[in-house]
Design a protein around this ligand. Sequence first.
Ligand code: ZN
Length: 167
Amino acid sequence: MRILRGEFPAVCPGVLGHEFAGTVAGVGTGVSSVAVGDLVAVEPHIYRGICRSCRDGREHLCPDRRAFGVHLPGGFAEHAVVRARNAYPVPDGVSAPVAALTGPLGCAPHGIERSEIRPSDAVTVFGGGAVARSRAFLSVNDVLWYTHGGVRAGPGPNRGASGGVGW
Ligand SMILES: [Zn+2]
């Protein structure tokens, strides 16, 4: 949404779709990690692998990273081309819409672990998008959301969320 509103730098016109999944329609020579017909979740970032962050295993901080749907054609298309190392086969029984949530939902527990918050803690979450909501949903009893889109409220199904305040 921030790209559509012009609030986030992206290649335009381009194909949006940052977090996505799909069925492999073809593979390049020498690819053995995925096969035609596999449902895969796509890791949406590409790194050069040469900076200190990349060498330290913190590729998400790479200043040269590029993202599908932002800098590169994304998943809102009939076909997308991704490197094999960005395509992760998903287990049987997982649907494509659920597989597409792998990235944002993977961020949430990682951030929660790093923050060392506990289930009984009250926290403030900045942002009201999918990642912020998943963090709130997965983490805590009480949440105060700060978003730029106005007041956001809404408890997770098994945890209370106290609401939000716009900025
Ligand atoms: Zn890097």
